[in-house]
Design a protein around this ligand. Sequence first.
Ligand SMILES: Cc1cc2nc3c(=O)[nH]c(=O)nc-3n(C[C@H](O)[C@H](O)[C@H](O)COP(=O)(O)OP(=O)(O)OC[C@H]3O[C@@H](n4cnc5c(N)ncnc54)[C@H](O)[C@@H]3O)c2cc1C
Length: 400
Amino acid sequence: MTEEWDIIVAGGGSAGLAAALTAARGGARTLLIERQTKLGGMGTNALVHTFCGLFHPDSSAPWAWLNAGIPQEIGQAMMTQTGQAAPDLMGRVYVLRQHPSLYASIADDLCSAESNLTRQSGSEWTGLLQTSSGWQVTTHSRGVSQLHRSRALIDTTGDATGARWLSPELWTIAPPERLYRPAYVCSLPHVTGEHDEGWRLAMSALIFKGIRSKALPESAMGAAFRDSTFAQEMFMTIDLEAGQGQWDPFDPTKRAEVETTGRSTAMSLWRYLREHHADFQHCPPPQFPAQAGIRETARYIGDETLTGDELAANKRFENEIALAGWPMEKRENARGPKFRYFDQAQPAGIPAGCLKNSRYPGLFFAGRCLSADHEALASVRVMGTCMATGQAAAQLALKL
Ligand SMILES: Cc1cc2nc3c(=O)[nH]c(=O)nc-3n(C[C@H](O)[C@H](O)[C@H](O)COP(=O)(O)OP(=O)(O)OC[C@H]3O[C@@H](n4cnc5c(N)ncnc54)[C@H](O)[C@@H]3O)c2cc1C
């Protein structure tokens, strides 16, 4: 049995959620395929807990939404449910703290309201064929294989999955030592106290002391802490080197190493902090994510490839379909980010050619696997921008 759809969206992260909602609201019979049980991608399953890229980059002015439509709708829903009246100003940028459980629940509600949208969870996209009328997609779920056909397909898997089946000329990946590092994010309940910049500096010093005395592993060096919007809950993000030159996000053995290192580092930090810091004294074990956070894998090569220089120069395009406003946040090692800001505190454009390749009509891509160079990806991979490019990919697909 082959099921027929107008638009298939593969991958239900920030980009895929926005794409599926846009497609369904545009009247298309839409299928959304997701291997995990929650929608939201890294924003739910990897516990990434701030929405970046939702706001205009001019932080000397009052905050303003950057891309209308789904990014604003999700951002607004998160503000309402977390009780935030405004985003936080962090240095030179506005950021919205988001709660991964609320994000999953908002995604459920938004999808359930769309009668044109069918959602599969625990379903792996495993194959792709180009046909005379569009695309044939294979999925596997619990030993059951299904075939689906559609006139348009939107790849929002973050991994350029379709491109890797279609042609080596349709995708690229940075060398292992340059890939933005993976990280392990946990939530820590019952953390007391106030946590300002001074607190953060003291924490770094305490962790450094722990590493020097061998009470903590070296990997604890990449730990950073941020308050949730809910009292006494913190998120701990541990940036991992992941073998640096040996890191391969497509190797399941290496991914298992990242997961294990993330968990063991988190447990060491939890034990150490409970003993050495009063704020963590009553903290139960960390709540682990469903998966480690993977920042970068493969990207598509589209009709156009957005570059870091174009973003820095605030370049605008006649055929732009979304705006980028987040600085290029490069994380090529676990020692923290290197930022490259846009020349002006103004947005830059993302052209339509970054979401399609004319040799493959009816195929679109969005989110962190769109067509951008390694440096530009450091900006457009943030969730607010992924929502905007996912929405735009569906708008292009609806015009077919
Ligand atoms: C540690 C870390 C910290 C970050 N910090 C921030 C931050 O503070 N703010 C911010 O805005 N962004 C941040 N980011 C970036 C951001 O989270 C991601 O770039 C963004 O979530 C990408 O969205 P996406 O929809 O393109 O991909 P993803 O969120 O990766 O979603 C892709 C989805 O596709 C699914 N999928 C993949 N392959 C298949 C398949 N074959 N079959 C079925 N389903 C499939 C996956 O399960 C997943 O749900 C961070 C990322 C990491 C890893």
